[in-house]
Design a protein around this ligand. Structure first.
Ligand SMILES: [Zn+2]
Length: 80
């Protein structure tokens, strides 16, 4: 896995925290592991579509850019 991909994941996770109204990544992940759905974000550069998906989702459909690119926070954080 490249450094660029990792930093992109970090950036998307921070964006997801922001959009979902969590103060920190820990808070978001804590909420995600205790719920049946998980905050998820599109991984396409420049597309910040967010929704809720299954916790293990890494190829969800993005309604904005049309890609199979929506990934859950738990997958992004490497917890699944
Ligand atoms: Zn998208």
């Amino acid at each position: 896995m490249s450094t660029i991909a990792l930093s992109n994941k970090g950036a998307k996770l921070m964006k997801l925290c922001d959009v979902e109204g969590f103060d920190s990544l820990d808070d978001l992940l804590q909420a995600a592991v205790t719920d049946s759905v998980c905050p998820a974000i599109c991984m396409t550069e420049g597309c910040d579509y967010t929704t809720e998906m299954e916790p293990d989702q890494d190829r969800g459909f993005c309604e904005v850019c049309g890609g199979q690119t929506v990934t859950s926070a738990l997958v992004l954080a490497g917890l699944i």
